[in-house]
Write a new protein. Structure first.
Length: 234
Protein backbone atom coordinates (compact mmCIF):
# COMPACT_ATOMS: atom_id res chain seq x y z
CA UNK A 1 0.00 0.00 0.00
CA UNK A 2 1.47 3.38 -1.00
CA UNK A 3 1.83 6.26 1.45
CA UNK A 4 -1.11 8.17 -0.02
CA UNK A 5 -3.50 5.26 0.46
CA UNK A 6 -2.13 4.64 3.96
CA UNK A 7 -2.87 8.25 4.86
CA UNK A 8 -6.40 8.05 3.45
CA UNK A 9 -7.18 4.90 5.41
CA UNK A 10 -5.59 6.33 8.55
CA UNK A 11 -7.72 9.45 8.20
CA UNK A 12 -10.86 7.33 7.82
CA UNK A 13 -10.02 5.23 10.89
CA UNK A 14 -9.38 8.34 12.97
CA UNK A 15 -12.63 9.90 11.78
CA UNK A 16 -14.54 6.77 12.79
CA UNK A 17 -12.98 6.92 16.25
CA UNK A 18 -13.39 10.68 16.73
CA UNK A 19 -16.29 11.76 18.99
CA UNK A 20 -16.56 15.10 17.18
CA UNK A 21 -16.13 13.58 13.69
CA UNK A 22 -12.97 15.57 13.06
CA UNK A 23 -9.34 14.68 12.56
CA UNK A 24 -6.07 16.58 12.76
CA UNK A 25 -3.43 16.44 10.06
CA UNK A 26 -0.83 15.75 12.73
CA UNK A 27 -2.72 12.67 13.94
CA UNK A 28 -2.91 11.34 10.38
CA UNK A 29 0.81 11.87 9.84
CA UNK A 30 1.67 10.23 13.18
CA UNK A 31 -0.52 7.22 12.35
CA UNK A 32 1.43 6.61 9.15
CA UNK A 33 4.82 7.67 10.48
CA UNK A 34 5.46 10.59 8.11
CA UNK A 35 6.00 14.31 8.54
CA UNK A 36 3.59 17.12 7.71
CA UNK A 37 5.44 18.01 4.48
CA UNK A 38 4.38 14.66 3.01
CA UNK A 39 0.72 15.40 3.68
CA UNK A 40 0.98 18.89 2.21
CA UNK A 41 2.76 17.54 -0.86
CA UNK A 42 0.11 14.88 -1.47
CA UNK A 43 -3.06 16.75 -0.50
CA UNK A 44 -2.24 20.44 -0.19
CA UNK A 45 -3.98 20.94 3.16
CA UNK A 46 -6.56 19.39 5.48
CA UNK A 47 -9.44 20.21 3.14
CA UNK A 48 -7.57 18.50 0.32
CA UNK A 49 -7.07 15.44 2.52
CA UNK A 50 -10.76 15.23 3.44
CA UNK A 51 -11.77 15.70 -0.19
CA UNK A 52 -9.47 12.83 -1.14
CA UNK A 53 -11.02 10.71 1.62
CA UNK A 54 -14.44 11.27 0.03
CA UNK A 55 -13.10 10.34 -3.41
CA UNK A 56 -11.46 7.23 -1.96
CA UNK A 57 -14.76 6.26 -0.36
CA UNK A 58 -16.63 6.62 -3.63
CA UNK A 59 -13.95 4.60 -5.43
CA UNK A 60 -14.55 1.66 -3.10
CA UNK A 61 -18.32 2.06 -3.17
CA UNK A 62 -18.44 2.14 -6.97
CA UNK A 63 -16.00 -0.76 -7.25
CA UNK A 64 -18.65 -2.94 -5.59
CA UNK A 65 -21.40 -1.60 -7.85
CA UNK A 66 -19.36 -1.99 -11.04
CA UNK A 67 -18.35 -5.53 -10.12
CA UNK A 68 -21.96 -6.65 -9.65
CA UNK A 69 -22.98 -9.04 -12.41
CA UNK A 70 -26.60 -8.86 -13.60
CA UNK A 71 -28.66 -11.92 -12.78
CA UNK A 72 -31.75 -13.17 -14.56
CA UNK A 73 -33.89 -11.34 -11.97
CA UNK A 74 -33.45 -7.55 -12.08
CA UNK A 75 -35.70 -7.08 -9.04
CA UNK A 76 -33.39 -9.33 -6.99
CA UNK A 77 -30.46 -7.25 -8.26
CA UNK A 78 -32.28 -4.10 -7.16
CA UNK A 79 -32.74 -5.48 -3.63
CA UNK A 80 -29.11 -6.58 -3.53
CA UNK A 81 -28.02 -3.09 -4.60
CA UNK A 82 -29.94 -1.53 -1.71
CA UNK A 83 -28.41 -3.95 0.79
CA UNK A 84 -24.83 -3.43 -0.43
CA UNK A 85 -25.34 0.34 -0.20
CA UNK A 86 -26.40 0.10 3.46
CA UNK A 87 -23.66 -2.42 4.24
CA UNK A 88 -21.03 -0.02 2.87
CA UNK A 89 -22.41 2.82 5.00
CA UNK A 90 -22.35 0.72 8.18
CA UNK A 91 -18.80 -0.47 7.45
CA UNK A 92 -17.53 3.07 6.69
CA UNK A 93 -19.71 5.42 8.77
CA UNK A 94 -17.49 8.50 8.87
CA UNK A 95 -16.65 8.42 5.18
CA UNK A 96 -20.26 7.70 4.22
CA UNK A 97 -21.45 10.77 6.13
CA UNK A 98 -18.97 12.85 4.16
CA UNK A 99 -19.82 11.22 0.81
CA UNK A 100 -23.49 12.12 1.07
CA UNK A 101 -23.23 15.26 3.15
CA UNK A 102 -25.56 18.12 2.11
CA UNK A 103 -22.75 20.53 2.95
CA UNK A 104 -20.68 19.52 -0.08
CA UNK A 105 -20.19 22.52 -2.34
CA UNK A 106 -20.59 20.35 -5.43
CA UNK A 107 -22.09 16.90 -5.95
CA UNK A 108 -19.22 14.51 -6.81
CA UNK A 109 -19.32 12.95 -10.24
CA UNK A 110 -19.12 9.56 -8.55
CA UNK A 111 -22.51 10.18 -6.90
CA UNK A 112 -23.99 10.78 -10.34
CA UNK A 113 -22.44 7.54 -11.58
CA UNK A 114 -24.00 5.68 -8.65
CA UNK A 115 -27.41 7.02 -9.67
CA UNK A 116 -26.75 6.04 -13.29
CA UNK A 117 -25.85 2.47 -12.31
CA UNK A 118 -29.04 2.24 -10.26
CA UNK A 119 -31.04 3.51 -13.23
CA UNK A 120 -29.58 0.76 -15.41
CA UNK A 121 -30.99 -1.87 -13.05
CA UNK A 122 -34.37 -0.14 -13.10
CA UNK A 123 -34.38 -0.08 -16.90
CA UNK A 124 -33.93 -3.86 -16.76
CA UNK A 125 -36.88 -4.02 -14.37
CA UNK A 126 -38.95 -2.01 -16.85
CA UNK A 127 -37.92 -4.30 -19.71
CA UNK A 128 -39.17 -7.24 -17.64
CA UNK A 129 -42.53 -5.54 -17.15
CA UNK A 130 -41.91 -4.98 -13.44
CA UNK A 131 -41.70 -1.17 -13.19
CA UNK A 132 -44.68 1.13 -12.57
CA UNK A 133 -42.94 4.48 -13.12
CA UNK A 134 -40.27 6.03 -15.30
CA UNK A 135 -36.76 4.68 -14.52
CA UNK A 136 -35.44 8.19 -13.81
CA UNK A 137 -38.15 8.89 -11.24
CA UNK A 138 -37.74 5.42 -9.75
CA UNK A 139 -33.95 5.85 -9.46
CA UNK A 140 -34.37 9.14 -7.59
CA UNK A 141 -36.91 7.60 -5.21
CA UNK A 142 -34.80 4.52 -4.48
CA UNK A 143 -31.53 6.41 -4.06
CA UNK A 144 -32.97 9.11 -1.79
CA UNK A 145 -34.64 6.49 0.43
CA UNK A 146 -31.51 4.33 0.47
CA UNK A 147 -29.33 7.28 1.50
CA UNK A 148 -31.86 8.37 4.11
CA UNK A 149 -31.89 4.96 5.79
CA UNK A 150 -28.10 4.61 5.63
CA UNK A 151 -27.50 8.07 7.10
CA UNK A 152 -29.97 7.37 9.89
CA UNK A 153 -28.15 4.16 10.78
CA UNK A 154 -24.68 5.73 10.85
CA UNK A 155 -25.51 9.11 12.42
CA UNK A 156 -28.10 8.01 15.00
CA UNK A 157 -27.44 4.32 15.71
CA UNK A 158 -28.79 4.66 19.24
CA UNK A 159 -32.18 5.74 17.83
CA UNK A 160 -32.43 3.57 14.73
CA UNK A 161 -31.76 0.19 16.33
CA UNK A 162 -34.34 -1.95 14.54
CA UNK A 163 -32.30 -4.58 12.66
CA UNK A 164 -35.11 -4.91 10.09
CA UNK A 165 -35.47 -1.17 9.43
CA UNK A 166 -33.48 -1.17 6.19
CA UNK A 167 -35.34 -4.14 4.73
CA UNK A 168 -38.69 -2.76 5.83
CA UNK A 169 -38.12 0.59 4.12
CA UNK A 170 -36.57 -1.12 1.08
CA UNK A 171 -39.59 -3.36 0.61
CA UNK A 172 -42.03 -0.47 1.07
CA UNK A 173 -40.25 1.68 -1.52
CA UNK A 174 -39.97 -1.18 -3.99
CA UNK A 175 -43.64 -2.10 -3.51
CA UNK A 176 -44.62 1.44 -4.52
CA UNK A 177 -42.47 1.34 -7.66
CA UNK A 178 -42.63 -2.25 -8.86
CA UNK A 179 -45.35 -4.46 -10.28
CA UNK A 180 -45.97 -7.44 -8.01
CA UNK A 181 -44.22 -10.57 -9.22
CA UNK A 182 -47.44 -12.59 -9.32
CA UNK A 183 -49.21 -9.87 -11.33
CA UNK A 184 -46.34 -9.11 -13.70
CA UNK A 185 -47.11 -11.69 -16.44
CA UNK A 186 -50.74 -10.56 -16.63
CA UNK A 187 -50.23 -6.85 -16.04
CA UNK A 188 -51.90 -5.08 -18.96
CA UNK A 189 -51.75 -1.47 -17.68
CA UNK A 190 -50.82 0.98 -20.40
CA UNK A 191 -48.13 2.64 -18.27
CA UNK A 192 -46.34 -0.63 -17.52
CA UNK A 193 -46.54 -1.72 -21.16
CA UNK A 194 -45.22 1.67 -22.32
CA UNK A 195 -42.33 1.55 -19.84
CA UNK A 196 -41.47 -1.99 -20.88
CA UNK A 197 -41.42 -1.23 -24.59
CA UNK A 198 -39.44 1.97 -23.99
CA UNK A 199 -36.83 0.03 -21.99
CA UNK A 200 -36.58 -2.64 -24.68
CA UNK A 201 -36.13 0.00 -27.38
CA UNK A 202 -33.49 1.76 -25.31
CA UNK A 203 -31.43 -1.31 -24.47
CA UNK A 204 -31.96 -3.38 -27.63
CA UNK A 205 -31.54 -2.95 -31.34
CA UNK A 206 -33.85 -0.50 -33.12
CA UNK A 207 -34.87 -3.17 -35.62
CA UNK A 208 -36.62 -1.82 -38.70
CA UNK A 209 -37.09 1.66 -37.20
CA UNK A 210 -35.02 4.61 -38.28
CA UNK A 211 -33.46 6.76 -35.57
CA UNK A 212 -36.12 9.43 -36.16
CA UNK A 213 -38.93 6.86 -35.86
CA UNK A 214 -37.38 5.37 -32.75
CA UNK A 215 -37.05 8.81 -31.12
CA UNK A 216 -40.68 9.63 -31.93
CA UNK A 217 -41.91 6.31 -30.56
CA UNK A 218 -39.93 6.83 -27.36
CA UNK A 219 -41.52 10.26 -27.01
CA UNK A 220 -45.02 8.78 -27.34
CA UNK A 221 -44.21 5.98 -24.91
CA UNK A 222 -42.90 8.48 -22.36
CA UNK A 223 -46.18 10.38 -22.57
CA UNK A 224 -48.22 7.19 -22.11
CA UNK A 225 -46.07 6.10 -19.16
CA UNK A 226 -46.61 9.41 -17.37
CA UNK A 227 -50.35 9.69 -18.06
CA UNK A 228 -51.87 6.43 -19.31
CA UNK A 229 -55.37 7.90 -19.19
CA UNK A 230 -54.46 10.46 -21.81
CA UNK A 231 -54.91 7.89 -24.58
CA UNK A 232 -58.69 7.80 -24.13
CA UNK A 233 -59.13 11.56 -23.67
CA UNK A 234 -57.87 12.60 -27.10
Amino acid sequence: MDVRTQMLEAAEKLLDESPDRDVSTRAVCDAVGVGAPVLYRLFGDKNGLLSAVVDHGFDRYLAVKRAARPSDDPVADLREGWDTHVAFAVAHPAVYRMMFSPSLAEVPGAAKEALRLLREVLVRCAAAGRLRVDPDAAAQAVMSANIGVALSLVTQPETYRDPELSHRVRDAVHAALLVDDAAAPGDTSLATAALRLSALLTTGRPGALTEAERALLLQWLAALAKDPGELTSR
